[in-house]
Write a protein that binds this ligand. Structure first.
Ligand code: NAI
Ligand code: MG
Length: 492
């Protein structure tokens, strides 16, 4: 065991039906500290049989949870949020250790997680249906009912925060859940499951099966006992999950990343634009679905903006998350290979390396903040999600060209506009093919705003009240008040 820490046990079991249990075959895997490449601890490796057990526990627990008074469900979910706040330092330390991110960023993730529980808790007793006017001879209304078992397959970039983003609305709507955290970062989800129990969530309503995409994730997404699937991760895995779900006609909510443009016009406040874009690509070492991967900047301000971005990038200090550096390592050896591979691709494609590009000597999966200029939007570094601290700068001449470049990718998650012209901001926002548009800022979505992608960036919306639609299905009830009306049979 490389790094002893006060918050981490020697080994972890699966959390199924309110109990800690070993994997059916006793298997374990190591989770690694990406700053040292050393094992932190051992975590149970769920088999398909374990996933079966977790789904069965959730099915069993579902009816009583669904029938719990909504105000009581809301109080319990709110209590989870309070416990997340009370355990903020510990949760952030675990996340920073397991994932690599700077401690202050981990704390902000934990605050966001608490907010999801608080925000959705308030909605628990407001999930109203509608009444449909059908005339004097009937009454017609809708009920919004939970699906049953919600599978949550989460990624490694914001593990605890995304646990909360899915579990909070699922619970509030009356579903039971089975969470399969990413194998790189299982620890915060296990601690959150403990806090759910402490808050009064009944046994079986929240289950956590740590393990790999195959077999654990695949067993979950193809399970007949799962009623709805929420997935955040890569496009190829999202496609596999959607195909598996099709066999059982299980609905999916998919959040699949992006290649997000930040469009900078000559009338923008360039200092502000540089500050936002810097945060938007280098926070969490660029491992954010809504990162600003591409800067699309007017040629007249190109050099000035690039100078500002380069100065910022070169000031970064890299280090271990727990020391709260400017930037931590990327999450894993695979991600390190992927990101450094793209730096090579950028060089080969003929882009100019304006900052970074290197990897510091020594242990840990560290990649310098990297900026490529002279990027053509057809290059792979402009089209493919790198998911690391690598920015591509593309210049434009006309507004029409800027819009064309911004939209010319398979993704459509978020996009940003920097301008002081309000009319232009509105018009350009309409033209962008993205689920979220930020104007003169980045990461403009909060817990309260719907978030999700156009095009290959996904299906459905997370966050905001709209996310509840993924966890509720509509039942329409039609009551006849007219006597003898069966004589006249339906006109369809
Ligand atoms: P991934 O999409 O394969 O993994 C995400 C989750 O899906 C993990 O929990 C994983 O165990 C699970 N999974 C994998 N295969 C599965 C299957 N067949 N059935 C069910 N679940 C399965 O992502 P990966 O390989 O860790 O990262 C690769 C790339 O994906 C990254 O470089 C990045 O570009 C993108 N990504 C995007 C994220 C986002 O927020 N949109 C988050 C993480 C990765
Ligand atoms: Mg780890």
């Amino acid at each position: 065991m490389g790094v002893p820490t006060q918050h981490v046990a020697d080994s972890y079991d699966l959390y199924i039906d309110g109990a800690w249990v070993s994997a059916s075959d006793g298997g374990h895997f190591a989770t690694v500290d990406p700053a040292t490449e050393e094992s932190i601890t051992e975590v149970a490796e769920a088999t398909a049989e374990d996933v079966d057990r977790a789904v069965a526990a959730a099915r069993e627990a579902f009816p009583a949870w669904r029938d719990t008074d909504p105000d009581e469900r809301g109080r319990i979910v709110h209590r989870i949020g309070e416990l997340v706040r009370e355990n903020r330092e510990e949760l952030a330390a675990i996340e920073s250790l397991d994932q690599g991110k700077p401690l202050s960023q981990a704390k902000s993730d934990v605050d966001g997680a608490a907010r999801y529980f608080e925000y959705y808790a308030g909605a628990a007793d407001k999930l109203e249906g509608t009444s449909v006017p059908v005339g004097a001879d009937g009454i017609d209304f809708t009920l919004r009912e939970p699906y049953g078992v919600s599978a949550q397959i989460t990624p490694w970039n914001f593990p605890g925060n995304l646990f909360a983003r899915g579990v909070a609305p699922a619970l509030v709507a009356g579903n039971a859940t089975v969470v399969k955290p990413a194998e790189q970062t299982p620890l915060s989800s296990l601690r959150l499951a403990e806090l759910c129990e402490e808050a009064g969530v009944p046994d079986g309503v929240v289950n956590v099966v740590t393990g790999f995409g195959d077999p654990a994730g695949a067993a979950l997404s193809s399970h007949e006992g799962v009623d709805t699937i929420t997935f955040t991760g890569s496009v190829p895995t999202g496609q596999v999950i959607m195909k598996q779900a099709a066999d059982n006609v299980t609905p999916v909510t998919l959040e699949l990343g992006g290649k997000n443009p930040a469009v900078v016009f000559p009338d923008a406040d360039l200092d502000e634009a540089a500050r936002w874009i810097d945060r938007a690509i280098f926070t969490n070492a660029g491992q954010i679905c809504s990162a600003a991967d591409r800067v699309v900047v007017h040629e007249s301000v190109h050099d000035e903006l690039v100078d500002k971005l380069v100065a910022r990038a070169e000031s970064y200090e890299l280090g271990r998350g727990s020391d709260d550096p400017d930037m931590g390592p990327v999450v894993s050896a695979e991600q390190f290979e992927k990101v450094t591979g793209y730096v090579e691709v950028g060089r080969e494609e003929g882009a100019t390396l304006a900052a970074g590009g290197g990897t510091p000597d020594g242990e840990g999966y560290f990649v310098e903040p990297t900026i490529f200029t002279d990027v053509d939007n057809d290059m792979r570094i402009a089209q493919e999600e790198i998911f690391g601290p690598v920015l591509s700068v593309i210049s434009f001449e006309t507004e029409a060209e800027a819009l064309e470049v911004a939209n010319d990718v398979d993704y459509g998650l978020v996009a940003g506009i920097f301008t002081s012209d309000v009319t232009r901001a509105h018009q350009f926002a309409r033209g962008l093919e993205a689920g979220n548009v930020y104007v003169n800022q980045w990461f403009g979505d909060t817990n309260q705003t719907p978030f999700g992608g156009y095009k290959q960036s996904g299906i459905g919306r997370e966050k905001g009240l709209e996310a509840l639609d993924s966890y509720l299905q509509t039942k329409n009830v039609a009551i006849n008040l007219a006597e003898g009306s069966s004589d006249s049979l339906p006109g369809a």
